[in-house]
Design a protein around this ligand. Structure first.
Ligand code: MN
Length: 237
């Protein structure tokens, strides 16, 4: 728990006693008791209390502090979804934009093998923005593909050789025609046999990156079909 100076910084002149109580007692003697309750847990309950009271400027400060104490964006969103039932629906509507602001810097993606460039080569076969970093070597097509949240490629078929996906970052989906979609996480491997109609892409609330390896074949080639429309995509997970 780092030393808190917000009281003195903002109110030291106007209300020096309040600033002292805030920085030295509330934070210095209560928040700092991490053996009794971790800073992360204290952040969660403080966020819940401020949410319940509708104290949005303080809530935003504590969302920021919660982030520093290890509360993830996903957890913050879940916390607000949960509290909406206990404290009021409009409060959730007012709080989600604060989460968006506090975690905005996380929307800049830094995948394991890099982001590459906007996917101009195949972008017309994708819904949403994707990024491509070719890692081709020794005549094998290897592509690092990053999808922004909700981005996915059209239904498509790899003729001849098929494809292997090695998932490296974020949350994604893979679906074969006529089958349930499969959620993908870093470390998952997908083998896509030739002639199988399928699509792959990101989850609704996060980026996704995989390495796509084209299995070499004399009769290789991709056949791009219809987009995965919102009606279909929105039913996932
Ligand atoms: Mn594919």
């Amino acid at each position: 728990m780092k030393k808190q100076t917000a009281g003195r910084d903002k109110l030291g002149k106007l209300a020096p006693q309040f600033a002292h109580l805030n920085d030295d007692v509330l934070f210095g003697e209560v928040w700092s008791r991490e053996e009794q309750l971790s800073a992360r847990d204290r952040s969660m309950i403080t966020i819940a209390a401020l949410f319940s009271a509708g104290q949005y400027p303080q809530l935003k400060s504590h969302l920021q502090m919660g982030k520093e104490h290890g509360v993830t964006k996903r957890e913050a969103v879940e916390l607000v979804t949960h509290l909406a039932f206990y404290c009021g629906w409009p409060k959730a509507w007012s709080t989600f934009p604060l989460i968006e602001e506090v975690y905005a810097d996380e929307d800049v993606q830094r995948p394991l093998f890099g982001l590459g460039e906007p996917n101009t080569a195949f972008g017309k076969y994708f819904t949403g923005q994707s990024y491509l970093k070719p890692l081709n070597m020794a005549g094998v097509g290897v592509f690092n593909v990053s999808f922004e949240p909700r981005c996915r490629n059209n239904w498509h078929i790899h003729h001849g050789g098929g494809q292997i996906l090695l998932c490296t970052d974020g949350n994604g989906w893979y679906q074969q025609w006529g089958e349930e979609a499969r959620a993908l996480r870093p470390g998952d491997v997908v083998y896509i046999a030739p002639e199988i109609k399928h699509w792959h892409g990101a989850a609704k609330d996060g980026w996704f990156t995989h390495i796509a390896i084209e299995i070499p074949s004399e009769h290789g080639g991709n056949e791009w079909c219809e987009p995965v429309d919102d009606e279909h995509y929105d039913k996932l997970g």
